[in-house]
Unconditional design. Sequence first.
Lengths: 146, 105
Amino acid sequence: MNQHLVLRVVTKLMVGFIILFALYVQFHGDYSPGGGFQAGVIFAAAFILYGLVFGLESVQAVLPPWVTHKMMALGVLIYTLVGIYSFFLGFNFLDYGALTPSHPEHGQHYGILLVELGVGITVAGVVISIYYAFVSRSSTSKDEEW
Amino acid sequence: MEIFEILLNVLSWIFVLVGSFLMVLGAIGILRFHGFWARLHAASVIESGGMIFLLAGMCLQAGDFLIFFKLAFIGLFLFITGPTSTHALASAALLDRSKPKKESN
């Protein structure tokens, strides 16, 4: 992959903007189109693009597989902790008004932000892990054997 | 002020019509041309020429600065990524030893 100069330059140019756009979709998702799932996929697409152009070793130096495995669990943990927190304060499960009982509208704003953050982290972890699993698969049978 | 708005409208209409014309031209080219290289050439007309003129026309109609800024950014990124994807496709075909033919058939 050392000969693709155009692809390498453009990829280095774009990866930062793709991650920035993913964060915009993530944290502006309650006012504009977007949300956790879309942001997670865009975030993963940045790393997949980097891995496609520069190879698996260089992208795994930035984001090792054990980090993406922890990300998958961390997002679900954030989601569930928000629900359990309102549960213990006497509200329903995932009743965001429990976060700021004096002003329920603010609590709903914070709650949807936290839950969407959990969804985004999990989706990014899952998509990057699927990419790692496919790319790092050792070829057991050669092309001629098919 | 009135003449300025009329001028802006006329200019944006010219841009949008030229962009749409290039888009239709590229689509006809993709359908009707023979061979990979001619079709790739027609596709690159869409993603550089048509896209730039359409976005320039929309920028003149935006009014709001934020919408203008977003459209300009979309144009900038499409301007970088479109030719890159064409380049990747062409170099992959060239690595597969598919040379462009000289005479038309």
